[in-house]
Design a protein around this ligand. Structure first.
Ligand code: PLP
Length: 454
């Protein structure tokens, strides 16, 4: 379980073998150099000693030479830091992590230990959270179009909180899980989102929502709150103000029907890259809550952040596997094209084009390299010509076997990756610092004591 259990006892210190990793204790296992391993519920975590960092891990992976499969370095310290930051900046908003964004069990396990809730959208996501020890009362089944089978399963697991946005869904819930606590999802779209969800989910707040509340009332169902999702990859923090205001109007209408709504769910749509702080979002949201749902209203506020929690936690290490030089008819170089071991069918999301070049780590450090820049295209490995990572970007010349390091790769990467064309999905290596590991243990112990005290 959560015991800090060092599985391997014979550590080999590689100091001198590769600069930068000498502070880590590495163990040789199955021909693969790895860190001190701790396990919890069968997940293997590589433990980073105090002052070691992801940079050291990158050095280690690079020192092992190019591989066929891309590598994801998952830094759980980053997830822990994001959670603490959320708690500080949005103290009234209880985060329910959207599992769909990255369902790595180590992320789920870490967030359970930190006390976060979960937004699950399928039976498999619910199963994952429960298997990891999650509490059913800390799950919202946040899909407005649920299968009957999954509803039966949710009910059997004691999951009561769920969203809806239409009459037929209400009929289904009424038949299968009439005791459920229902959250009406309204449509409120950001004008600046990469993925607008309103086309598919959420009812019109003016015309449809009042009618749905009346219908739920006529069925005797328990509606407990209002939710919205402004869209993923949303760069407009101010849209939250309008969305919260629209929700407030429906709280008032529901009251006129005899409902006493107590839950506001402000969805996802927060940035997660390392250079995109949530501060402006927090300022807008906190201001809107104070105005429309002051503390004395006793309304509980939750959110469903996905991208925020995981985007910056994953660093991808890919390799250059092939290269083509495209020349003009006169013979001058027009463009350099590289074929990597990762692409759109792996870690990259075509809705989220790379705007800056990756860090380059030469495979052969002895080779003298020119500083000249060339127009560059990075392709993924498959035979599909849509498998394009970036093009027209100025980069130094790369060689076969060079490593390309992409940061902020944690959101909607592995969950969407396929084995198309037989290419390997990214291998995930999970890292956590001893400090964070011990903190998680402490949090878990505290919560256990608190539960016992109640
Ligand atoms: C219902 C719901 N909640 C939360 C999320 C997570 O959104 P984000 O990654 O933008 O935070 C999504 C993403 O599609 C979603 O559909």
């Amino acid at each position: 379980m959560w015991g800090l259990r060092t599985v391997f006892h014979s550590f080999i210190n590689l100091s001198g073998r590769s600069q930068g990793i000498s502070r880590l204790n590495w163990v040789v296992r199955s021909g693969f150099r790895d860190g001190t391993i701790v396990t919890m519920r069968k997940i293997r975590y590589n433990l980073l000693e105090d002052d070691a960092s992801v940079k050291d891990v990158i050095e280690l992976v690079v020192s092992q030479g190019p591989k066929d499969e891309p590598v994801h370095i998952l830094d759980l310290d980053d997830v822990v830091a994001k959670h603490q930051n959320w708690r500080r900046k949005l103290p009234r908003v209880d985060p329910f992590y959207a599992v769909k964004c990255n369902d790595d069990p180590a992320i789920v396990q870490t967030l359970i230990a930190l006390g976060a809730g979960f937004d699950c959208a399928s039976k498999a996501e619910i199963e994952l959270v429960l298997q990891r020890g999650g509490d059913p009362s800390r799950i919202i089944y946040a899909h407005t179009a649920k299968s009957i089978d999954s509803l039966v399963y949710a009910k059997a697991c004691g999951i009561n909180l769920m969203t809806f946005d239409g009459e037929i869904e209400l009929d289904k819930i009424n038949q299968v899980h009439p005791e459920a606590s229902l959250v009406l999802r309204i449509r409120y779209d950001s004008a600046n989102a990469q993925v607008s969800l309103g086309k598919k989910f959420g009812c019109d707040p003016e015309h449809e929502a009042p009618q749905l509340l009346r219908y739920a009332k006529s069925l005797g169902l328990s509606v407990v709150g209002i939710s919205f999702h402004v869209g993923s990859g949303n760069s407009d923090h101010e849209c939250f103000y309008g969305a919260i205001k629209a929700a407030k109007k429906l709280f008032d209408y529901a009251q006129s029907l005899g409902y006493d709504l107590r839950l506001l769910d402000i969805g996802g749509g927060y940035p997660g890259d390392h250079d995109k702080p949530i501060d402006p979002y927090a300022t807008t949201i906190n201001g809107a809550l104070q105005r429309f749902f002051p503390l004395k209203s006793n309304v509980r506020v939750i959110a469903e952040p996905g991208t925020y929690y995981v985007a910056s936690a994953v660093t991808l290490i890919a390799n250059v596997q092939s290269k083509r030089i495209v020349r003009t008819p006169q013979g001058t170089v027009r463009e350099l094209m590289y074929y990597l071991n990762d692409g759109l069918f792996g870690s990259f999301d075509w809705l989220n084009p790379r705007k800056y070049p990756p860090q380059v780590i030469p495979g052969n450090r002895q080779l003298v390299r020119s500083r000249e820049q060339f127009s560059t295209t990075l392709w993924g490995p498959t035979c599909d010509s849509t498998d394009l990572i970036l093009s027209g970007m100025a980069m130094e010349e790369l060689q076969i076997g060079d490593f390309l390091v992409f940061d902020d790769m944690g959101a909607y990467g592995t969950v969407l990756a396929t084995n198309f064309n037989g290419f390997a999905k990214p291998k995930v290596m999970v890292y956590i610092s001893r400090r964070s590991w011990e903190q998680l243990e402490l949090e878990k112990r505290n919560r256990r004591t608190k539960r016992k005290g109640h």
